[in-house]
Design a binder for this molecule. Sequence first.
Ligand code: SME
Length: 159
Amino acid sequence: MAEDLTITASTDKAEQYQSSIPQIRALIEGEPDLVANLANICAALKEQFKWFWIGFYLVKDNELVLGPFQGPVACTRIGLGKGVCGTAWQQEKTLIVPNVEEFPGHIACSSLSQSEIVVPVFHEGKVTAVLDADSEALDHFDETDASYLEKIVTLVNFT
Ligand code: SME
Protein backbone atom coordinates (compact mmCIF):
# COMPACT_ATOMS: atom_id res chain seq x y z
CA MET A 1 0.00 0.00 0.00
CA ALA A 2 0.98 3.64 -0.41
CA GLU A 3 1.72 5.33 2.88
CA ASP A 4 2.15 8.90 1.77
CA LEU A 5 -0.67 11.17 0.84
CA THR A 6 -0.35 14.00 -1.62
CA ILE A 7 -2.72 16.82 -0.80
CA THR A 8 -3.71 18.89 -3.80
CA ALA A 9 -3.75 22.65 -3.32
CA SER A 10 -6.61 22.95 -5.79
CA THR A 11 -9.71 24.53 -4.33
CA ASP A 12 -11.87 22.83 -6.93
CA LYS A 13 -13.87 20.12 -5.19
CA ALA A 14 -13.97 17.72 -8.13
CA GLU A 15 -10.21 18.04 -8.60
CA GLN A 16 -9.69 17.34 -4.91
CA TYR A 17 -11.70 14.14 -5.19
CA GLN A 18 -9.95 13.18 -8.44
CA SER A 19 -6.62 13.53 -6.63
CA SER A 20 -7.82 11.62 -3.57
CA ILE A 21 -9.59 8.66 -5.15
CA PRO A 22 -6.57 6.92 -6.74
CA GLN A 23 -4.65 7.46 -3.51
CA ILE A 24 -7.46 5.96 -1.45
CA ARG A 25 -7.58 3.03 -3.83
CA ALA A 26 -3.82 2.50 -3.38
CA LEU A 27 -4.14 2.81 0.41
CA ILE A 28 -6.69 0.04 0.73
CA GLU A 29 -5.62 -2.18 -2.17
CA GLY A 30 -4.53 -5.59 -0.94
CA GLU A 31 -5.59 -4.91 2.66
CA PRO A 32 -8.49 -7.16 3.66
CA ASP A 33 -9.14 -5.66 7.09
CA LEU A 34 -12.28 -3.53 7.06
CA VAL A 35 -11.46 -1.34 10.07
CA ALA A 36 -7.98 -0.59 8.75
CA ASN A 37 -9.39 0.47 5.40
CA LEU A 38 -12.20 2.59 6.84
CA ALA A 39 -9.71 4.28 9.17
CA ASN A 40 -7.40 5.19 6.31
CA ILE A 41 -10.26 6.47 4.16
CA CYS A 42 -11.29 8.81 7.00
CA ALA A 43 -7.73 10.00 7.49
CA ALA A 44 -7.19 10.62 3.77
CA LEU A 45 -10.45 12.58 3.43
CA LYS A 46 -9.79 14.57 6.60
CA GLU A 47 -6.33 15.58 5.37
CA GLN A 48 -7.57 16.66 1.96
CA PHE A 49 -10.81 18.35 2.88
CA LYS A 50 -10.26 19.44 6.51
CA TRP A 51 -13.88 18.69 7.33
CA PHE A 52 -14.94 19.08 10.94
CA TRP A 53 -15.80 15.39 11.25
CA ILE A 54 -15.70 12.39 8.95
CA GLY A 55 -16.49 8.85 9.90
CA PHE A 56 -18.34 5.60 9.43
CA TYR A 57 -21.22 4.12 11.38
CA LEU A 58 -21.56 0.36 10.92
CA VAL A 59 -24.86 -1.56 11.05
CA LYS A 60 -24.63 -4.00 13.96
CA ASP A 61 -27.66 -5.79 15.48
CA ASN A 62 -30.01 -3.38 13.72
CA GLU A 63 -28.32 -0.22 15.03
CA LEU A 64 -25.66 2.07 13.64
CA VAL A 65 -22.55 1.82 15.80
CA LEU A 66 -19.67 4.29 15.59
CA GLY A 67 -16.75 3.01 13.53
CA PRO A 68 -13.49 4.58 12.38
CA PHE A 69 -13.60 8.38 12.26
CA GLN A 70 -11.53 11.56 12.35
CA GLY A 71 -12.60 14.51 14.46
CA PRO A 72 -14.13 15.13 17.88
CA VAL A 73 -15.75 12.34 19.89
CA ALA A 74 -19.21 11.42 18.62
CA CYS A 75 -22.34 9.58 19.70
CA THR A 76 -21.85 5.84 19.54
CA ARG A 77 -25.26 4.39 18.62
CA ILE A 78 -27.99 5.61 16.24
CA GLY A 79 -31.29 3.81 15.61
CA LEU A 80 -32.96 3.17 12.26
CA GLY A 81 -34.70 6.37 11.14
CA LYS A 82 -32.96 8.49 13.80
CA GLY A 83 -30.95 11.57 12.91
CA VAL A 84 -29.48 12.13 9.47
CA CYS A 85 -27.50 8.88 9.62
CA GLY A 86 -30.43 6.70 10.64
CA THR A 87 -32.64 8.36 8.02
CA ALA A 88 -30.11 7.81 5.22
CA TRP A 89 -29.93 4.17 6.34
CA GLN A 90 -33.74 3.82 6.38
CA GLN A 91 -34.27 5.59 3.06
CA GLU A 92 -31.23 3.88 1.49
CA LYS A 93 -30.11 7.09 -0.14
CA THR A 94 -27.58 9.88 0.26
CA LEU A 95 -28.82 12.83 2.29
CA ILE A 96 -27.36 16.32 1.92
CA VAL A 97 -28.32 18.59 4.80
CA PRO A 98 -27.39 22.25 4.14
CA ASN A 99 -28.45 23.36 7.63
CA VAL A 100 -28.61 20.72 10.34
CA GLU A 101 -30.92 22.89 12.47
CA GLU A 102 -33.56 22.51 9.80
CA PHE A 103 -33.39 18.72 9.74
CA PRO A 104 -36.06 17.27 12.07
CA GLY A 105 -34.44 14.89 14.53
CA HIS A 106 -30.86 15.81 13.68
CA ILE A 107 -28.51 14.37 16.29
CA ALA A 108 -26.08 17.09 17.37
CA CYS A 109 -22.86 15.34 18.36
CA SER A 110 -21.29 18.81 18.29
CA SER A 111 -22.94 22.22 18.26
CA LEU A 112 -20.20 23.33 15.85
CA SER A 113 -21.44 21.15 13.02
CA GLN A 114 -23.69 23.13 10.67
CA SER A 115 -24.09 21.04 7.55
CA GLU A 116 -23.77 17.38 6.80
CA ILE A 117 -23.80 14.65 4.17
CA VAL A 118 -24.53 10.99 4.84
CA VAL A 119 -23.86 8.31 2.21
CA PRO A 120 -25.14 4.77 2.69
CA VAL A 121 -22.81 1.88 1.98
CA PHE A 122 -24.35 -1.20 0.34
CA HIS A 123 -23.28 -4.82 0.42
CA GLU A 124 -25.37 -7.39 -1.44
CA GLY A 125 -28.21 -4.90 -1.72
CA LYS A 126 -28.36 -4.05 1.99
CA VAL A 127 -27.05 -1.01 3.85
CA THR A 128 -24.14 -2.20 5.99
CA ALA A 129 -22.75 1.20 7.00
CA VAL A 130 -23.02 4.92 6.40
CA LEU A 131 -20.32 7.47 5.75
CA ASP A 132 -21.00 10.77 7.53
CA ALA A 133 -19.19 14.07 6.90
CA ASP A 134 -19.84 17.22 8.92
CA SER A 135 -18.82 20.81 8.28
CA GLU A 136 -18.67 23.91 10.45
CA ALA A 137 -19.92 25.87 7.42
CA LEU A 138 -23.53 26.05 6.29
CA ASP A 139 -24.39 24.50 2.92
CA HIS A 140 -20.99 22.92 2.53
CA PHE A 141 -21.89 19.68 0.73
CA ASP A 142 -23.47 19.28 -2.69
CA GLU A 143 -24.07 16.77 -5.47
CA THR A 144 -20.36 16.73 -6.31
CA ASP A 145 -19.61 15.44 -2.81
CA ALA A 146 -22.45 12.96 -3.09
CA SER A 147 -21.30 11.45 -6.36
CA TYR A 148 -17.62 11.16 -5.38
CA LEU A 149 -18.30 9.89 -1.85
CA GLU A 150 -20.71 7.31 -3.28
CA LYS A 151 -17.87 6.19 -5.53
CA ILE A 152 -15.36 6.08 -2.65
CA VAL A 153 -17.53 3.80 -0.52
CA THR A 154 -17.72 1.27 -3.38
CA LEU A 155 -13.93 0.87 -3.18
CA VAL A 156 -14.28 -0.90 0.17
CA ASN A 157 -14.95 -4.60 0.45
CA PHE A 158 -17.54 -4.93 3.21
CA THR A 159 -17.45 -8.73 3.50
N1 SME B 1 -25.45 14.33 13.05
C1 SME B 1 -25.59 12.89 12.88
C2 SME B 1 -25.00 12.14 14.05
C3 SME B 1 -23.59 11.75 13.87
S1 SME B 1 -22.51 13.01 14.13
O1 SME B 1 -22.79 14.15 13.28
C4 SME B 1 -20.96 12.53 14.03
C5 SME B 1 -27.05 12.52 12.69
O2 SME B 1 -27.93 13.37 12.83
O3 SME B 1 -27.31 11.36 12.39
